[in-house]
Design a protein around this ligand. Structure first.
Ligand code: RTP
Ligand code: MG
Length: 140
């Protein structure tokens, strides 16, 4: 599979604990390149739109609250099989079930405050990147 891009967010628990560099080191060690990166404060509207697929889930309100509780770092990652590779590097949604060496195993605090987001398909990666980046913000 050729070079691919995925969308990543370092969530508010990562910025709050000042560990964005440590997380980026794991991303880069896995062979993914950070080709776009911006630190922002997500608005409620942005968070609700971003997590729209989960709007009927019981944790939706909590999720939106959390994602708007502090700054996040939005990123475009590039590499071979970037979508699947980043999901592997992130580890399971619940850090208690995440494999050794994954970001969530090393850093996540709970299933809600789990340090990173990564796109779950190439199609979603394109849509998510377009929500936060223009081509001019990405340099490969
Ligand atoms: P993400 O979308 O953030 O990359 O995480 P994911 O694919 O591993 O998990 P997903 O099922 O898409 O859930 C999105 C985010 O919602 C929060 N969540 N909380 N309290 C709960 O039971 C619960 N379940 C999910 C997590 O922050 C999860 O990453
Ligand atoms: Mg997801």
């Amino acid at each position: 599979m050729a070079n691919e891009r995925t969308f990543s967010i370092l969530k508010p628990d990562a910025t709050r604990r000042n560990i964005t560099g440590a997380v980026n080191a794991v991303i880069e060690a896995a062979g993914l390149r950070i080709v776009g990166q911006r630190r922002i404060r997500m608005t409620r509207e942005q968070a609700e739109k971003f997590y729209e697929v989960h709007k009927e889930r019981p944790f939706f309100g909590e999720l939106v609250e959390f994602m708007t509780s502090g700054p996040v770092v939005v990123q475009v990652l590039e590499g071979e099989n970037a979508v699947a590779k980043y999901r592997e590097v992130m580890g399971a949604t619940n850090p208690a079930q995440a494999a050794d060496g994954t970001i969530r195993k090393q850093f996540a605090e709970s299933v809600g405050e789990n340090t990173v987001h990564g796109s779950d398909s190439a199609d979603n990666a394109k849509l998510e990147i377009a929500q936060f980046f223009t081509d001019a913000d990405i340099a490969a």
